[in-house]
Design a protein around this ligand. Structure first.
Ligand SMILES: [Zn+2]
Length: 280
């Protein structure tokens, strides 16, 4: 991907900041978390283990499509095992059967995942694209602390875990930027309930406050991992004329570009004259 090229673009509506929440495991606490997100316009990617749905403390299969409706359902393997400890065939089954089961519930292609425990080896990385996995976040596998766009979608690192997100949120909100920023927060909703949590002060009240700070902000594009993936791919696919005054968007995703008159939308399939070449 051409990082310089990306600097010409902005998010939908001319925004320059985007927020993605990314939550793993599909525990029953997702219900309360989703209520907090939905009332504040925040969107999240939820990585589910299809083999655990309906089990103790987990979401029921029958509620998946409705509960996660405005969010993204993404893979997390069938049984939440350490993939690097499995035979190659088992790795394939864990990923593909999870996709199939989740797709049966949501009725759209599940194209991304979070790697359980963040444990993987070179076999896992080679297998992912073969199985139609277009992005993968490693659970607990490194955080950037930054608001940069991803330079790779396999092992896409988030900004931080939700326990450290309030400090990062203030930096994000206060930042003055001319390029697209991405704030990605990850976690598990059960941690907010004090279960396996390393910091009990970071409970539901904390998440409400964090979401109050980050939600309902006109400057922020609230999106999901797959939407961001598709948006950045669409940007990478924009074709320009030699003098860069005309752009063609061959993708199915509307893309927004900065222009002297403000942001301009280039619709799917559109050839758009951006400005007169004399203005270059
Ligand atoms: Zn997990």
């Amino acid at each position: 991907m051409d990082l310089k090229k990306r600097e010409k673009f902005c998010y939908p509506g001319g925004r320059l900041k985007a927020l993605i929440m990314s939550y793993d495991d599909g525990s029953e606490h997702d219900r309360r978390l989703i209520e907090i997100f939905n009332t504040r316009g925040i969107r999240s990617t939820f990585h589910l283990n299809s083999g655990k749905l309906g089990g103790a403390y987990h979401i029921l299969p029958g509620e998946v499509s409705n509960l996660y409706k405005v969010h993204e359902v993404s893979g997390h393997t069938v049984n939440h095992l350490h993939l690097d400890q499995l035979e190659e065939e088992e790795i394939r089954r864990e990923i593909t059967n999870d996709r199939r089961a989740l797709e049966d519930l949501v009725a759209y292609p599940v194209r991304g995942m979070s790697i359980p425990f963040g444990t993987y080896d070179h076999r896992v990385l080679l297998i992912l694209p073969e199985l139609g996995v277009e992005y993968a976040r490693g659970e607990a596998a490194g955080e950037t602390g930054r608001f940069d766009l991803p330079d790779t979608f396999i092992l896409w690192k988030p900004t931080c875990h939700h326990t450290g997100a309030l400090e990062a949120a203030e930096r994000f909100l206060g930042a003055i930027t001319s390029r697209m920023m991405l704030f990605m927060i990850w976690g598990h909703s059960y941690e907010l309930d004090g279960f396996l949590s390393t910091d009990t002060s970071k409970g539901w009240k904390y998440m409400e406050y964090l979401s109050d700070r980050l939600g309902r902000n006109k400057e922020i594009w609230y999106t999901t991992m797959i939407e961001m993936h598709d948006y950045l791919k669409a940007i990478d696919g924009i074709r320009f004329s030699a003098d860069e005054s005309i752009a063609f968007n061959p993708s199915a995703v509307p893309v927004w570009i900065k222009s002297p008159e403000g942001a301009a939308e280039i619709r799917p399939g559109e050839v758009r004259k951006l400005f007169h070449p004399d203005h270059l």
